[in-house]
Design a binder for this molecule. Structure first.
Ligand code: SAM
Ligand code: SF4
Length: 329
C-alpha cells in the first residue's frame, strides 16, 4: 500500500503522458509555451506501462488517470491504455484532456479499454475561448465532447476554470448547456500552479462566488458528505436531480485530509502532492535495471513523506517549481 504518516492511503494514480500542449490557457502557461522536457528524459511507453503495472500489482492502485500537458499529443496513448487494461487487477482508467484530439481518438480509446473522460472547457463563447486559450479551437472541443459521449466514454465530465473579467459571468449558462447535453460540469478554483506565477488570491473566483452565481438560476441541493468520499469535487443536485454540478475548491475548501492521490510525471518523477516542492526519481531506478520490488520500495517511501496539507493557507506558501502542465493536472 501507499500509506503516509497521517494514515492516508493512495489508490488513485495520475500519470502525465507529456508536458506539451496545443493550447496556451492563460491560467496554465505563457503564450510562448514552455521549455518542454527533452525526449530522452521522457519515459517510454514500455516504462510507463511497467510503472503502472508495479502500482497496480504491488501498491494498491485501483484508478489510473492519464493527463498532461495534453495527453492526446502522445502518439502511443491508445497502446498504453490497451496494455494497462490487460493488467491484473485491471484498474479503472480515465483521461483528462482539452478535447481537441478526441474526435479522432475517442472510439479507439474506448475500444482499448478507457472508461471515462474529463474534458476541459471554460466557455461557450468562441471569442472568449480564443482569449483564454490563445487558440481558435472552440469548435474542435465541442466536437471532441460529442465524440466522447457517442463512443460511450461516460459519464463525460467537463472541467471549467472561471477567470475574473473573462468568463466569470458564464457559470449558469455553462450549467444549462451541460444539463442539456448530459455532461457533468465541475468548476475548479484557479490554483497557483501557472508557469508565469500570475495567480492572485484577491482576484480569484471562489467556490462561494460560483455557487452564488449558479443559485441565481438553479436550485442546488448539497449531496451528503459521504458521497464526497475522497473525490475532491463537492457535488450538488441541480433542480432536484438527476443532474449534478461539482465544485473543486482546492484553495478555499481544501480536501487534503481525504487525499488519495499519487502522481507520476512524464519524466518519471513521483510527486506525493500537486503542491509538493520535492519529487522522487523513479526513472533512474528503471533505467538501471532495478527490480520491481525496489521501485515499489522507493515509491512507498516517497508517499510516506507526504505533508498534511498543500500549505496554500499558510503565508509562507511557496509555489512549486514545476507548473501544472508539467506535473499533470
Ligand atoms: N490539457 C489537459 C486539459 O486541459 O484538460 C490536461 C492537463 S490540464 C493541466 C488539467 C486540468 O487542470 C484542466 O482541467 C485545467 O483546466 C486545469 N488547470 C490548469 N491550470 C490550472 C490552474 N492554475 N488552476 C486550476 N486548474 C488548472
Ligand atoms: Fe494545455 Fe490543459 Fe494547460 Fe490548457 S490547461 S494549456 S489545455 S495543459
Amino acid at each position: 500500500m501507499l500509506i503516509d504518516t497521517y494514515g492516508r492511503v493512495a489508490t488513485d494514480l495520475r500519470v502525465s503522458l507529456t508536458d506539451r500542449c496545443n493550447l496556451r490557457c492563460t491560467y496554465c502557461m505563457p503564450e510562448e509555451g514552455l521549455q518542454w522536457l527533452a525526449k530522452p528524459d521522457l519515459l517510454s511507453d514500455d516504462e510507463i506501462v511497467r510503472l503502472i503495472g508495479i502500482a497496480v500489482t504491488r501498491l494498491g492502485i485501483t484508478e489510473v488517470r492519464f493527463t498532461g500537458g495534453e495527453p492526446l499529443l502522445r502518439p502511443g496513448i491508445v497502446g498504453i491504455v490497451e496494455r494497462v487494461a490487460a493488467l491484473e487487477p485491471r484498474p479503472q482508467m480515465s483521461l483528462t484532456t482539452n478535447g481537441i484530439g478526441l474526435k479522432r481518438t475517442a472510439t479507439a480509446l474506448k475500444a482499448a479499454g478507457l472508461d471515462r473522460v474529463n474534458v476541459s472547457l471554460d466557455t461557450l463563447r468562441p471569442d472568449v475561448f480564443k482569449a483564454l486559450t490563445r487558440r481558435d479551437r472552440h469548435q474542435d472541443v465541442i466536437a471532441g465532447l460529442e465524440a466522447a459521449r457517442d463512443a460511450g466514454l461516460t459519464p463525460v465530465k467537463v472541467n471549467c476554470v472561471l477567470m475574473p473579467g473573462l468568463n466569470d459571468d458564464e457559470a449558469p449558462d455553462l450549467l444549462a448547456w451541460a444539463v442539456e447535453h448530459d455532461y457533468e460540469l465541475r468548476f475548479i478554483e484557479q490554483m497557483p500552479l501557472d508557469a508565469q506565477h500570475g495567480w492572485k488570491r484577491e482576484g480569484m473566483v471562489t467556490a462561494g462566488d460560483i455557487l452564488a452565481s449558479l443559485r441565481t438560476r438553479f436550485a442546488l441541493t448539497e449531496e451528503g458528505v459521504d458521497e464526497r468520499g475522497s473525490a475532491p469535487a463537492e457535488r450538488w443536485l441541480v433542480d432536484g436531480g438527476p443532474h449534478r454540478v461539482g465544485v473543486i475548491a482546492s484553495v478555499t475548501r481544501p480536501f487534503c485530509a481525504a487525499c488519495d492521490r499519487t502522481r507520476l510525471t512524464a519524466d518519471g518523477q513521483i510527486r506525493n502532492c500537486l503542491f509538493a516542492t520535492e519529487e522522487t526519481d523513479l526513472r533512474n531506478a528503471l533505467r538501471s535495471d532495478a527490480p520491481d520490488e525496489e521501485i515499489a520500495r522507493i515509491w512507498r517511501l516517497a508517499m510516506w513523506g507526504k505533508k498534511a496539507g498543500s500549505g496554500l493557507d499558510d503565508p509562507s506558501f511557496l509555489q512549486p517549481a514545476r507548473p501544472m502542465s508539467s506535473i499533470g493536472g
